[in-house]
Design a protein. Sequence first.
Length: 425
Amino acid sequence: MIFRTLLAVMALLFLLSVTAIVLIVENEPLVNASAPEQVNNADTVNGLLAQLERSLKDRHQSQQLTITESQFDSLVGFVQRASSDFRGQVNLTPEVSAVYLTLALPYTGGNGFLNVSIEVVPGDRLIIDEVRLGDLTVPGSLAFSITEWLVNTWTQSDIATYARTQVESVSMTHDDVTVSLAPLDGLLKRLNEVKNGLTVEQDTELRDLTAYYLRYISWQDLSIDSQSHSLADYMQLTLARAGQRSTPETAPLHNKAAILALAVFVGHHRIANFVGDIQPDAERALKPAKPALLRGREDLARHFIISAALKLLSEQGVSLAIGEFKELMDRAMGGSGYSFVDLAADMAGVEFASVATDPDKAVEVQKLIGSVSDEGLFMPPVEGLPEGLSKQKFEAIYGQVDSEKYLSEVSEIKQRLKTIALYAE
């Protein structure tokens, strides 16, 4: 009798699962937005970042964040550039605003899509009217409660409930959404507590190796020199040390740790947040006395090594999308303008990270980079690549990303990368 009951329950669960899949998975995408068009207004995101920076700085004061439709579209477009399976779009009105998302499902031959729409209405708190998953409609309050419970359960806290109370009002127009927030100090403190208390599995071996190489490079004479040094000098010392400490089997891991350490040291200390507690002094991040240079420029050294780290910490598409999006943002007034030179450094960093952690090439990289300080071993020449392009000039010449002329510039960078022995196929 018990067996039959169990069998019936399993059959019912299977039927419910199949029904849910049938209702959720659709044959046509809900969103067909063009990512190149969406990211064309990436420069508008600078205003949003300035608002966020102010909110964090004045964390003891109530804040208002106004997000425009162009900013929404630009951020969604960035995600699309990073993941070709994702599509998103936002539609704002004073009465109700909707977020539409489409995810192409793997193993469906391009015929299976998860379509999601979320409708938000104005009010004295964050109010989700309804959520649709394919043909399945879920009341917004229920979807919100389930999400809140899942986050609280995963973090073993009430962080989601507390975050919900931070929103004091939401108002909308055809052009933007304004969110009034309570002072963020309490939320930021709770987030820090949750971060410290999460039991997320961490690669302790990678963390410890990265911490070692970070300390190692910080002890070298060039790190305390009053003169700037080439990024190649830092890479030579660190990769040579990685070659001394590793075997052919562990070389990829040591190279990964060395690259991450360099990204923290000469790129940006916040890269350490993705690796773990690696700074000897939590209150004082290690960095060189003078910035590292690549092709005589500080910005290219940072672009290269941070992109290499992002490649190791994410998918390649994400790291390239970040670099491209940053350049699109720089087209705004006061920015440095779109730079294919910077993009070349981003792409070179991604290529270097790939070969340095390839089991078949890791030892070769250690020997080659560790034996001589030569930027040409990993960074192509940048002469002749356009840079400093304002938004108006960029659009006049290239139109938008993925245009034939834009892709021609990207192709030129790829050809230059192929002239480097390490990156040749």
